[in-house]
Design a protein around this ligand. Structure first.
Ligand code: ZN
Length: 145
């Protein structure tokens, strides 16, 4: 199995069986956003305890890439601190924009998103959840609950 096929399999798996999908009542952090180019929509809910994500959910609709990316995101950030998440999301953004070299260790399933780089219009789909996350955390840090 080629790496490209493997990435597609991982992506489709997250799309067909999304992880952590749903609404989280009493979330510490909530954010939403759309990608008008494709009609994708993502809402993210995080519950924080002492600055660490103890629960996370997403709601959304749109193409397979946008939804799979959100599903991967929820798995990737669970248990991480706000600072760790911001650094992680920045790496993912760089990876998707082709600015990250070979330093992809520790990204887990999220690595599969790099297959999208060959399709520039789809990069916005893959980035949506990560942008929603960064915006929501930025807002949270300015106005802690
Ligand atoms: Zn899309």
């Amino acid at each position: 199995m080629s790496l490209e096929t493997l990435y597609q399999e991982i992506l489709l798996d997250h799309y067909k069986r999304p992880r952590n999908k749903g609404v989280l009542p009493h979330a510490s952090v909530h954010g939403g956003g759309v990608n008008p180019f494709c009609g994708d929509r993502i809402d993210l809910y995080l519950r924080l305890e002492e600055d660490r994500v103890v629960d996370v959910r997403f709601q959304g609709e749109g193409c397979a890439i946008s939804q799979a990316s959100a599903s991967m995101l929820t798995e990737a950030i669970h248990g991480k601190t706000v600072e760790e998440i911001r650094a992680f999301a920045a790496r993912v953004e760089k990876m998707l924009k082709g600015e990250e070299g070979d330093e992809l260790d520790g990204l887990g399933d999220v690595q599969a998103l790099q297959g999208v780089r060959k399709f520039p219009v789809r990069i916005k789909c893959a980035l949506l959840a990560w942008k929603v996350l960064q915006d929501a955390l930025g807002e949270y840090l300015r106005n802690p609950a």
